[in-house]
Structure formats: C-alpha cells, structure tokens
Write a protein that binds this ligand. Sequence first.
Ligand code: UDX
Length: 432
Amino acid sequence: MKITMIGSGYVGLVSGVCFAEFGFDVTCVDSNPDIISRLKKGEATIFEPGLDEMMIRNIKEERLFFSTDLENSVKEADVIFLAVGTPSRRGDGEADLHFIEQAADQVAHAMKDGAVIVIKSTVVVGTNSRIRERIQKQRPEIRFSMVSNPEFLREGSAIEDFMRPDRVVVGVEDERGRETMRKLYRPLYLRETPLVITSLENAELIKYAANAFLAMKVTFINQVADLCEKTGGNIQEVAQAIGMDKRIGSKFLHAGPGFGGSCFPKDTRAFAATGLRYKAPQQLIETVISINEERKVKMGERIIKAAKEKNTDTVAVLGVTFKPNTDDVRESPALTIIKVMQEAGLTIRAHDPEGEEQAKKVLDNIVWCSSPYEAAKGAGVLTIITEWNAYRALNLKKLAELMPSGKIVDLRNIYKPEEFQDIDLDYISIGR
Ligand code: UDX
C-alpha cells in the first residue's frame, strides 16, 4: 500500500517514518521547502530520540520519500493521512481547523477513486464527518472512506509510543476503512496491541478525553503538592502511595510547575470550548486550565521571593523546553515563569540542552549559557524548570562555590533536601 502523509511536523514525520519502518511506501509532504530539503538529506527537522537513524535507514531502503508536491504525492496514494496542525483559535480556544480544511481541499482534487482519507491530527468531534462532506462535494463522482486515527505520541518518546502503544484507536465508517487500518497496523496487531475500532465521533472524543484527563491528573497532584507544603507533607511519598492503587496508576503524578507543550494546553482549551458549544460544559477541565495558568505565575513569584531574600537580581534558569528530550518550548511553563521574573526586573541566565534555538524565537534579553555552571556564575538563585537528565547529577559543591549561600529552586523535585545538608546552598522544592 502507498501512504502519503500530509504535514511533516511532530506527528506527521514520526508517523510517516514509523509506517515506512513497518515496510510501507511512504511519502511525507510539507509545504515548507526548507523542511523537505533537510528531510531528503536524512536530517530530522525535529528533535526526537532515534528518529534520524530510522529515517536514514528507510530512505536508503527506498521506502521513505519527501516532497512539497502534494498533488503528485497524493494521486496514486491508497491511504492519505492528514497530519497538519490544529492550533488553538485566538479567543475561544476552539481548534483552528483551517489547515485541515485546506489540506482536505487539495487532497480532494488529486486523490484517486477508492482512496482512504485518515485524519491523524487532533480534531474536535464532528470534524471527520464535516471533512467527508467537504471532499465529497468537490468530487461527487468518487468513492472514498473516512477514518479517524488520533495519535497518543508523547514528544521525546514518540517512536516508542508509536511502536508500543497501549492501544491503537481507529474510527471508521465502512468496511474498507476498517480493513485498510487493520493492514496498516498489522505489525502492531501481531504484537497483540489492542486495535480499538469504533465510530468517527468516538475516536475524536477519545483523543480529547484522554488528554484532558491526563492534564487533570497532573493538575490534581500539583494542587495536593500545595497542601503538602502547608502541612509538612511530602508530595512524592503521597503520589507514590496513591499511585499504587491500580485504579489511580502511578503515571502523571509528578508535581511540577504546571503542564505545557503543544497538546495539553491546546486540547484542554478545545475540549472546554466543545463542551460549551454543545451545552455539556466540561467544568472540571475549565478549572484545570485556570489552575494551570495560575500555577505558572505562582512559580515565578516563588523564585522572585527567593531572589529578594537573597538580595540578588540574577537568576539562573535550567531548562526552558516544556519537558525533557524535546526541543519544543511551545507553552512551556518556563516561558511564563521567565516573563514574570523579567517583569520583576530580574536578569535571566539560561541553559537548555536542546531548546535554546526555539526559545530564542520567543524570549528576549536572556543571557544564554553553554552549561548549568556557566548559568550559575553571578546568579544568587538557580531554578530547575525542566527535568533534563543533564541536571540530575550536578556538582553541588561546585554550584556552592559559584553561588555562595545561593538558593536552589527545584520545580521538578529532582534532588532531595538531605543532599544539601553540608552544602552552602539553600534548597527549595515543591510539595515537600
Ligand atoms: C501529551 C500526551 O501525553 C500524548 O499522549 C498526546 O498525544 C500529546 O500530548 P506531550 O504533550 O508530548 O504528550 O507531553 P507529556 O509527556 O504528556 O507532558 C505534558 C505536560 O505535562 C508537560 O509539560 C509535562 O512536564 C507535564 N507533566 C507530565 C507533569 O507536570 N507531570 C507529570 O507527571 C507528567
């Protein structure tokens, strides 16, 4: 089967490369010629562990191609994935579907009779049906099948999540769509990965409900962390113990500065907006959104307080990406935290193993440093915002020399208070 992937971003590129790895012929299309020319050279345009070697292998074996020419890439395709962005619309937070509609219109004109159209992008319930009508209206003479196949890839572990998912969710409207998806995901099926075959609407709802629930789970533990601080509790021990209940589960119970990224913030807003639109308000998720926004500002204020106590105007920031093992800074808590600190007149010295290039596009007046120790020079406070492995075993004595009786504000609880016993640093963390 010939697959064409429209959109070669975080979702489209990873999915396209993985389908090539399954043995299918895949062409990844993108409108950005720079991206396509870099991809053709085997250069991954996103930081995703393991992606480049998988790309190079499949390019060599002539299964993986890249093109800016949508029309020629689509006309012979058996399966056409729409994996373009669905960003938050300004104002009401609804998912902005114009990239999807644009791609659907271009695909409609080029696709062959009997093709299967798969929407992989995260779209609000009802979109698949609307896109089907939109395509059929432009090509009344052809038959095609519509499929909804949302992704559950986490950035930084996207290949792992694609190759070993807890389940594959497929929304279909006919037998042809069902059979095609079974064939596509056969390599996973052989590994007994559950293939959930359901309706188009259910597949769309499953994606949003999953992400909204995960965002709520993280926000829940962040709030319990606040209570732990007031009552002498330890959030890590509380989280570990409640997570032992299989009905709760231990994942996504790590308290932090709040959730960020290109998905949770966007998907919670869209889910809340959808609830309002259909008069089934998702009040829990509306509250999750406001708690999370507030928390990021509160984290900034916590660091400002430490800077005042230390009587310093320089803060070292370790980690600006929204999580480790990615270069993505979209809606990272660090962006809000840094802006709050800068508004308070603090000077920021920052380090991030992968995120500097992306961060420079959205942050100004930052002194970018080549190492955590370089960032600590001249700073009275050092804060860890992203739990990169590079920050898990810092030389605390060396930090103390660089920041005599400095303050460490660890927003990811990477360290334990007892590690600072005989070190001339004042350690502050969250929920402990
Ligand atoms: C998420 C979903 O996990 C994934 O299934 C979906 O397809 C896309 O959105 P991603 O946004 O890449 O993936 O990152 P994730 O690992 O889910 O983290 C999201 C945010 O929650 C990050 O800011 C992270 O720091 C935060 N988080 C996560 C916590 O603060 N604590 C946790 O325990 C887990």
